[in-house]
Every structure is written in structure tokens, then in C-alpha cells.
Design a binder for this molecule. Structure first.
Ligand code: NDP
Ligand code: X2W
Length: 304
């Protein structure tokens, strides 16, 4: 029998992409609300009650409004928002992050999908902290570029209407919403400096972590990443040549993959760890579908 899934916010950027991925499947039956009831509380609660798993693709405030009801009814939920990523009552939905994470997701009632920036940053930093190559009290700086779909409907409208032209840096005041999850799940003792940017293109993300390593450290960093993600279908360490001379943020668009590479100059010790993903794939809807499959006990890569 097909599993029933309700996507709350199914006409938003993330919701639509999850919907597209699930519509192709015969093992999933989507519960959909008519347009007039899309934000009707009673109709949504009824849909949550019917679903085997619901996926919240809402702004944080709308998630906080409904979260206590979901907990009270014991509903199984995946939250795509930032609302619960450092909440101990929710399981962090990054199955490749640590031994045991996938099993925790499999049995969880409440799973919080990671952010797109934090997926990249945590994937690079956590194994290096565990290997003793990053001092958790002095984390390396992070930078990156994302397509404008990462900012949801409002940013898409800004670019599509021509209100914003060209690329920009942001987050300079160091209060980006992904910093708490990077700190917690990156095993850091303080938040790193993070300077993201948005490029004048729709989709795809590249993140760089700036490191100070010697020749042996550069090789050791690559070894640590390789052993952390050995055997994973969606996270891989690729040869540096894939991301040289240019790191192309759009090269994994349409996939659920996250690819990592290690670069550096052994003469100076300056090194760069690089992560590339599709912000709407492994950075959002792909990750949600992967978590859904795990929660339902279905083959993890189905529909991805
Ligand atoms: N875009 C991205 O790359 C990523 C986004 N996310 C997260 O996913 C969530 C959704 O983001 P995104 O898809 O980009 O956002 P969008 O703004 O594109 O979509 C949000 C949707 O939620 C609907 N909505 C708002 N309030 C309510 C409510 N009270 N009840 C029901 N529906 C409501 C909106 O309706 P309306 O259309 O009427 O405005 C809209 O359709 C956010 O929390 C975001 O942080 C996570 C990872 C990546
Ligand atoms: C380009 C852009 O603006 N990106 C968003 C994050 C996208 C993402 O992963 O966000 P959630 O935390 O909403 O899941 C930002 O930096 O705020």
C-alpha cells in the first residue's frame, strides 16, 4: 500500500520540488489541499493526522505555530525550515553526518532537514574536527556562492523582476541563520566567520573553508573526508582536478549529490576545502526525500 505524504507549503520553492519528485512515484500518495484551504489550520491538522509522514516547507514562524500540535498528535514530520535544527527534540536530517545518524532518522518522529550552506560546511568541518585537524575553539572561515533560488520566492522575485542585478555578499554582521547548526553539528566551540554570497544565476552552490595546513595536513584532511564518507551514495570526495581551475557551483544541479574536494599549496600551507551541491537538491528537497525514504524504510535513493 502507498505511503501517505502531506507537504505543507507545497506551492513554495522547496515544496514544489519535493512534490515533483514524489509525484513520479507509485509508492507514495500525496495528500493535497485545495488552494482555498492551503493555509487553513483545521484542514492542515486533518492532513497531518492522515499522513504517514508530513513535510513542512514553510517559513519558520508558520512552523513554530504548528509544531506543538504536531508533537501532541505524535505525527511523523520532516521540517525543511531553520526552526528546529539545533533543537534536541528533533533529529538532524543529515544521514551521512555521523555513525548512527541514519538509524536515528529511521526511527524518529521529528526530523529537521539541514540548511544548504550548513550541509556543505558541516560535511567539510566535522570530520576534520574529529581527526584533530581543526581546533574547535578556532574554526576556519567559510565563504561561498549560491544561486538565488536559495532565498525562496521573495528572492526569486527580486532577481526575476530585475530589482536586483548582479551578485552580492551578505551575512557580514555574522548572524547568518545557519551559524548555530554549523557550530553544533560541526562540533565547534564557537561559530566560524561565514561570508556567503548570491550569484546572478538560479541554482547551485559552492562553499569554501579556508584552512592553514602543511603538506601532510592537506593529505590528512583528504583522508579524513574520504574515510568519513566511504560507501555513501550521495556524498563523495572527488579529485581536486574536478574543481580546478574553477569551482562551478551549478555542476551538480538536478542531482542529490554533495561533492567535496581538498586543495592547497604545500609551499605555503594555505588550503581550501570545497563543497558543491544543488541548493534545491541535497541542499533542500533532495535531502527531504532522502530522509522521507529512510523514515519509511524505503530504499534511500528512490526517486533521487
Ligand atoms: N529555497 C531554498 O533553497 C531552501 C529553503 N529552505 C527552507 O524551506 C522553507 C520553505 O522555503 P522556500 O520553499 O524557499 O519558501 P517559499 O517562500 O518559496 O515557500 C513557502 C511557502 O509556504 C507557504 N506558507 C506561508 N505561511 C503558511 C501558512 N501559515 N500555512 C501554509 N502555508 C504557508 C507560502 O505561501 P504563499 O505562496 O502564499 O506565500 C509559500 O508557498 C523555509 O523555511 C526555508 O528556510 C530550506 C532549504 C533550502
Ligand atoms: C541564497 C540564500 O539566501 N540562501 C538562504 C539559505 C537557504 C537555505 O538553506 O535555507 P534554509 O535555512 O532556509 O533552509 C540564506 O542564506 O538565508
Amino acid at each position: 500500500m502507498a505511503n501517505k505524504v502531506f507537504i505543507d507549503g507545497e506551492v513554495g520553492t522547496t515544496g514544489l520540488q519535493i512534490r515533483e519528485r514524489l509525484l513520479r512515484r507509485d509508492d507514495i500518495r500525496l495528500i493535497s489541499l485545495p488552494e482555498a484551504q492551503r493555509k487553513d489550520r483545521a484542514a492542515r491538522l486533518e492532513a497531518f493526522a492522515q499522513a504517514d509522514v508530513s513535510i513542512l516547507c514553510l517559513p519558520d514562524a508558520a512552523v513554530h505555530e504548528v509544531a506543538p500540535d504536531l508533537k501532541a498528535m505524535g505525527a511523523r514530520v520532516i521540517d525543511a525550515s531553520t526552526a528546529h535544527r539545533v533543537d534536541p527534540d528533533w533529529v538532524f536530517g543529515f544521514p551521512e553526518m555521523a555513525a548512527g545518524q541514519r538509524d536515528a532518522i529511521r526511527t524518529a518522529k521529528r526530523v529537521s532537514n539541514p540548511g544548504c550552506w550548513s550541509t556543505c560546511a558541516i560535511a567539510l568541518i566535522r570530520p576534520l574536527v574529529a581527526a584533530g585537524l581543526i581546533d574547535p575553539a578556532h574554526p576556519p572561515a567559510i565563504s561561498g556562492v549560491s544561486g538565488y533560488t536559495g532565498g525562496g520566492k521573495s528572492m526569486i522575485e527580486e532577481f526575476d523582476s530585475g530589482k536586483v542585478e548582479g551578485s552580492f555578499l551578505y551575512g557580514a554582521a555574522q548572524s547568518h541563520k545557519h551559524l548555530p547548526e554549523i557550530r553544533l553539528h560541526g562540533l565547534l566551540k564557537r561559530a566560524p566567520v561565514f561570508v556567503p554570497s548570491v550569484g546572478q544565476y538560479a541554482q547551485g552552490m559552492a562553499v569554501a573553508v579556508a584552512m592553514d595546513l602543511n603538506r601532510d595536513g592537506i593529505a590528512a584532511a583528504e583522508d579524513a573526508l574520504r574515510s568519513a564518507y566511504a560507501g555513501e551514495a550521495f556524498v563523495a570526495v572527488v579529485p581536486a582536478s574536478v574543481d580546478q581551475p574553477r569551482v562551478m557551483p551549478q555542476r551538480l544541479n538536478g542531482t542529490n549529490r554533495l561533492e567535496l574536494s581538498v586543495h592547497g599549496n604545500p609551499e605555503t600551507g594555505a588550503a581550501t576545502l570545497v563543497a558543491v551541491l544543488d541548493n534545491l537538491g541535497k541542499g533542500a528537497s533532495g535531502a527531504a526525500v532522502q530522509n522521507l525514504n529512510i523514515m519509511l524504510g524505503i530504499e534511500e535513493g528512490r526517486g533521487l
